[in-house]
Design a protein around this ligand. Structure first.
Ligand code: GLT
Ligand code: MN
Ligand code: MN
Length: 397
């Protein structure tokens, strides 16, 4: 039996109060990729619960089939669920989020809710309702929908407008199912632009937010944005998350990292885009996001089991380090003085339309003799501000 090293104990050591969670599929990832087979043995779900708890995590998430095999008998299912609940209880862990595997089985090769085949679409609903029952049984308050196969390879195969309507019908149906059963469950839709399909419907946070507004129960539905998925498109993840937060729609978040626009890498949180992820943590902490901090990532394929726990510990520690850096950013007198200077200006002009539109305000603004050439001479001091940010992140202040 190899000795598993525990996290070192310092101010960044994760605790349950940090609300860190991992999917069974993340630390359980065995390193299979399109070019190579598994490199690590399977870990039992109950063992994952124990290990994550010891490392300081608070929650464990799952797809139905991460826990219960696709072809399990009802008896087998009940036994597995009983053992898992016992482990949650023994190690003080919760299930903050559950979801359905609608992508692994070949039946879903042309999609689930947006498949052209009505039998597949109905089967996807059946599988999801059963999986919702499982999630509720495990106490999950959030239910994620990642449409892994909801897309096309051959554009000619589907009318994209029909696909959008089919997706809406499915989410509406499932919202009613939740209400009908009196479940306390909210949905979080997870966008991704492509992979495994060459094009996936609803590719970004923005597409999802627009779609949610068209649902029968928009109040039940929010987003589950993932760092890597927006970075695959070269988008600013912090801005996307800010828009979701501002709309009251950030129900869950998938934290990981990614080396620019390419295939989905699901790297250890904060291992690549240090500045951007610092601002992400700063945003989440300052905007009062109270949901789970979920790491949807996995260890490098080079790692053995110890490497998996090093990876998990790394995700959580880096989050806490960014959190401390955000505190220092806000407490840094030079940075704060500069920010105050940058954000000040003519107080009369600042107040001009703070009360919203009125004819008087419109006429007042139209009558002002602005001096655009003079205003344009201003230097904004962002070089200085950004350098101070970099020095803070590099540990010199
Ligand atoms: C899969 C995907 C993730 C989703 C998971 C939830 S499954 O690993 O790559 O982004 O969040 O379905
Ligand atoms: Mn994800
Ligand atoms: Mn991903």
């Amino acid at each position: 039996m190899t000795q598993i090293k525990e996290a070192t104990s310092d101010q960044y050591t994760p605790t349950k109060a940090d609300k860190f969670s991992f999917g069974l599929w993340t630390v359980g990832n065995q390193g299979r990729d399109p070019f190579g087979e598994v490199v690590r043995p399977e870990l039992q779900s109950t063992y994952i619960v124990k290990k994550l708890s010891e490392l300081g995590a608070w929650g464990v998430n799952l797809h139905d089939n991460d826990l219960v095999p696709f072809d399990a008998t009802p008896q087998k299912r009940d036994q597995i669920v009983r053992d898992f609940k016992q482990a949650l209880n023994d190690y003080g862990m919760v299930v903050p989020e559950a979801t359905t595997d609608l992508f692994r089985h070949p039946v879903f090769k042309d999609g689930a809710f947006t498949s052209v085949d009505p039998s597949v679409r109905s089967f996807a609903l059946q599988k999801t309702m059963r999986s919702i029952d499982l999630g509720v049984e495990l106490g999950a308050p959030i239910y994620v929908f990642w449409g892994g196969r909801e897309g096309v390879d051959a554009e000619a195969s589907k009318n994209p407008v029909d696909a959008i309507k089919r997706m809406r019908d499915a989410i509406n149906f499932l919202s009613e199912y939740v209400l009908d059963n009196g479940y306390q469950l909210r949905f979080a839709l997870e966008p991704k632009p492509n992979e495994p399909r060459s094009d996936t419907y609803f590719p970004t946070i923005g597409h999802m937010l627009a779609f949610i507004a068209t649902l029968d129960h928009p109040e039940m539905v929010g987003v589950n944005p993932e760092v890597a998925h927006e970075h695959m498109l070269g988008l600013n993840f912090v801005h996307g998350v800010a828009q979701a937060l501002e709309a009251g729609k950030l129900f869950h978040i998938d934290l990981n990292d990614q080396k620019g626009p390419r295939y989905d890498q699901d790297l250890r949180f904060g291992s690549e885009n240090i500045k951007s992820l610092f601002f992400l943590v700063k945003l989440l902490e300052e905007q009062g996001y109270t949901g789970p901090r979920h790491f949807d990532a996995h260890a490098y394929r080079t790692e053995d089991e110890q490497g998996v726990w090093d990876f998990a510990t790394g995700c959580m520690r880096t989050y806490n380090i960014f959190k401390e850096k955000a505190r220092r950013f806000n407490a840094d007198p030079e940075i704060q003085a500069l920010l105050q200077e940058i954000n000040s200006g003519d107080s009369v002009h600042a107040a001009l339309f703070s009360g919203g539109y009125s004819k008087a305000a419109a006429n007042q603004i139209k009558a002002i003799d602005f001096q655009p050439d003079m205003l344009a001479r201003r230097g904004y001091k962002y070089e200085k501000l950004d350098q101070l940010t970099i020095e803070l992140l590099l540990g010199t202040r």
